[in-house]
Design a protein around this ligand. Structure first.
Ligand code: GAP
Length: 453
């Protein structure tokens, strides 16, 4: 099992303003969350690292930002109107709660497709026959709610990519193999959301649709599995907490010929972080059929034409953020006191350096402010004068700040400061003039979690 509980992470998120229950003053709204200052900075860093890895550091990928609301025919073509359903059962006993039948089967019979009797997980009551429940949120476009005005909040960002295939092909000067990357909100009316930001009704996806010549699809599928596993590991997730799991035939989505999930050992057990599917030519063919547009690649030199196959690495930005926090959470005893620390990869940390005057007098606050103002142009920094130095360090440890700079009486004499390392607690003396370059050097270094091994 993981070495931290979800409750500990949730408490830290609230205590330090990472993530709050949505609409809290009205009692909260089921399984929707708001991100506060440090949560926004952390999730932005997760997304920025994704953009860096999949677009900036490659030649074969372009970016897209499609609208959340799309033509309703998109969802007919994609199969979501018909098939994006979960089997819903209701307790006929005392509690009347609703459950996902496949989840109850998995927890009570060991497999989501297993035959056999199941009962209400809450009160043991009998369960109703399953009913297929569509997960798409419906709304209306225009001033009246007449029939024909229904539109849907997208349940995945992927369809925005498929319907733009022709536009991108025309303007990007790319040919298969190439991909389109997108980050954006998706919405699902989940029957049983839960586990904090693991499964919510509104969430962010980071999706790639990678278009390849049909014969090359299996090889690209493998390449993307390796690539995406590497991304999580390079950003500090311990490798023994990550695994790749292939879907069985009864688990595959209607569009997929093969899917593997990258799973992380969350406090509730190994669970999906990202799915990597071989979608074949299902989506382009469906949209060609429903829209009447030709969605294919034509090689201008040879005249060859084909419908590319698609490899889809589809990750959740909120789930990844939760995994990075769970993996980073640590507590230890230092000088007889408990120290809670988020051992985040420095590139993911919301704040890279905190500048703290040792005492609030003798010119130290002014000097610290000067150092801070010079550093914040180079990296996210914080200046903190509130409370004892120990209390300020504890705060920075809990938000995962990798380095702390202390301005003390010696600074006022020789322009040197103390540089403290979050993980080793090592303190070194360094001239102020060298500080920015030294921190940038450390930030660029490969990093391994001190919790490994
Ligand atoms: N386009 C393919 C697709 O959407 P998915 O496996 O349903 O595939 C991809 O979703 C990723 O989106 C998941 O691996 C997960 O990280 C994230 N995700 C899906 N549903 C979610 C939810 N209700 N809350 C938070 N993240 C979710």
């Amino acid at each position: 099992m993981a070495d931290v509980t979800l409750d500990e992470v949730v408490a830290l998120c609230k205590r330090r303003g990472f993530i709050f229950q949505s609409s809290e003053i009205y009692g909260g709204l089921g399984s929707t969350y708001d991100y506060g200052h440090y949560g926004v900075l952390l999730k932005n860093n997760v997304k920025a690292e994704w953009w860096r890895a999949v677009v900036q550091e490659r030649d074969d990928m372009v970016a897209l930002d499609a609208a959340i609301l799309m033509h309703p025919r998109v969802w007919e073509a994609s199969g979501h109107l018909e098939g994006f359903t979960d089997p819903l059962v209701q307790c006929l006993g005392e509690c009347k709660k609703r459950w996902r039948e496949d989840h109850v089967r998995e927890s009570q019979l060991g497999d989501e497709g297993a035959e056999g009797e199941i009962s209400c997980p809450e009160c043991g009551g009998e369960l109703s026959e399953p009913m297929q429940f569509n997960l798409m949120f419906e709304t209306h476009m225009g001033p009246t709610r007449e029939s024909g005005s229904e539109v849907y909040l997208r349940p995945e960002t992927a369809q925005g990519i498929f319907v733009n295939f022709k536009n991108v092909l025309q303007f990007s000067r790319k040919r298969p193999p190439f991909g389109i990357a997108q980050v954006g909100k998706a919405f699902r009316n989940e029957i049983t959301p839960g586990n904090f930001i693991f499964r919510t009704r509104e969430f962010e996806q980071m999706e790639i649709e990678f278009f390849v010549p049909p014969d090359d699809a299996p090889e690209w599928h493998k390449r993307w599995m390796d690539e995406r596993m590497r991304w999580y590991a390079e950003l500090g997730i311990r490798e023994d907490k990550l695994r790749l799991r292939e879907h069985g035939p009864d688990e595959l989505s209607h569009y997929s010929s093969a899917t593997s999930d990258i799973e992380y050992l969350f406090p509730m057990g190994f669970s999906e972080l990202e799915g990597i599917a071989n979608r074949g030519d299902f989506d382009l063919r469906q949209h060609a059929k429903f829209s009447g547009e030709k969605l294919e690649y034509v090689d201008s030199a040879t005249g060859d034409r084909y419908v590319p196959h698609v490899i889809e690495p589809s990750a959740g930005a909120d789930r990844a953020t939760l995994a990075f926090m769970v993996d980073a959470y640590d507590s230890e005893e230092v000088e007889g006191r408990e120290r809670v620390v988020l051992r985040l990869h420095p590139r993911l940390a919301p704040v890279k350096v905190a500048v703290l005057p040792l005492v609030n007098k003798d010119g130290q606050p002014e000097k610290a402010r000067e150092v801070y103002e010079e550093l914040r142009g180079r990296m996210p920094a914080e200046y903190d004068t509130g409370g004892s130095i120990g209390k300020r360090y504890r705060r920075q440890d809990e938000i995962g700040t990798p380095w702390g700079v202390t301005v003390d009486h010696e600074t006022m004499e020789d322009d040197t400061v103390t540089l403290r390392d979050r993980d080793t607690l090592e303190q070194t003396r360094i001239p102020i003039g060298e500080l920015g370059a030294e921190l940038e050097r450390r930030l660029a270094e490969p990093w391994t979690s001190p919790k490994s091994g």
